[in-house]
Write a protein that binds this ligand. Structure first.
Ligand code: ATP
Ligand code: MG
Length: 253
């Protein structure tokens, strides 16, 4: 019985045959991707290859033209789906502008858990303080975002996303807008989340992070997954010429 359970448990995310065009131009051309529980999948690829669009279709910020996306077996691309309820199951952090500027750190991070998930203020704040303590920002909980460095803001944004206990975390270029000195502290927090068992789909240009922290790497090229694999195999011996060229351009740059 238990053996059957493991084989029948759906992955956290299942993307099947997803297509998306903008104004007649194909941006995603048949994406298939599975992410199992506790896996960290890193999507890489040149600018314009469709990485952000893929994340947006999963968060229902963009509707797919064709194909299906399942969250723990639920078809979230079904037009009858409740968009807010799907979004409440997914945590999202973007490159920048993640925090509400008019709310303090503590209000920023507890707002969703209180308003969307109905957690009592005391309970939400206690948990938020534990996380802020862990990332060294407990002293800043009454501050407004403009008093924080970019790296601190992104760590607060990540804490905000995980306090809602999302089934899936989408991180889109969360370190791209940061001073290089601040990138490490944000990526360290992502490593902590991985250790804590989070299921993550992220895009990044930080290849050393992808190599050391990802369970699986996918390379997008013109809207298709051209190559994918475990990081050691993927980075150690990429096979597609496009992958090699992309990686060598990064090293050259
Ligand atoms: N809302 C939109 N309307 C029209 N075109 C769009 C829209 N969103 C994205 N595109 C186009 O789709 C293509 C893929 O964009 P996307 O943002 O997914 O790329 P990306 O891989 O995330 O690139 P980057 O590394 O620069 O973030 C681009 O050519 C972009 O101009
Ligand atoms: Mg992008």
């Amino acid at each position: 019985m238990s053996g059957d359970e493991t084989t029948t448990t759906p992955p956290v995310l299942r993307v099947r045959g997803v297509h998306k065009s903008f104004d007649g131009t194909a941006v995603l051309s048949g994406i298939d991707l599975d992410i199992a529980s506790h896996q960290v999948v890193v999507a890489i690829g040149a600018s314009g290859s469709g990485k952000s669009t893929l994340l947006k279709t999963i968060n229902l910020l963009e509707r797919v033209d064709d194909g299906q996306i399942f969250l723990k077996g639920d078809d979230i691309t079904d037009p009858r789906v409740n968009v807010d309820s799907v979004r409440s199951r997914i945590g999202v952090v973007f490159q920048q502008f993640n925090l509400f500027p008019h709310l303090s750190v503590i209000d920023n991070v507890t707002l969703a858990s209180r308003k969307v998930h109905g957690v009592a203020r005391d309970e939400a704040e206690a948990e938020a303080e534990r996380w802020l303590d862990r990332i060294g920002l407990r002293a800043k909980l009454k501050d407004y975002p403009d008093r924080l460095s970019g790296g601190q803001q992104q760590r607060v944004a990540i804490v905000r996303a995980i306090l809602s206990k999302p089934e899936l975390l989408l991180l889109d270029e969360i370190t791209s807008a940061l001073d290089p000195l601040l990138v490490g502290e944000v990526l360290d927090l992502v490593r902590d989340l991985k250790t804590a068992g989070a299921t993550i789909l992220m895009t990044t240009h930080e290849m050393s992070f992808a190599r050391s922290a990802a369970d699986h790497v996918v390379f997008l090229h013109q809207g298709v997954i051209l190559e994918q694999g475990a990081p050691d195999a993927f980075f150690g011996a990429p096979t597609a010429p496009e992958t090699r060229e992309y990686l060598s351009r990064l090293h050259a740059g």
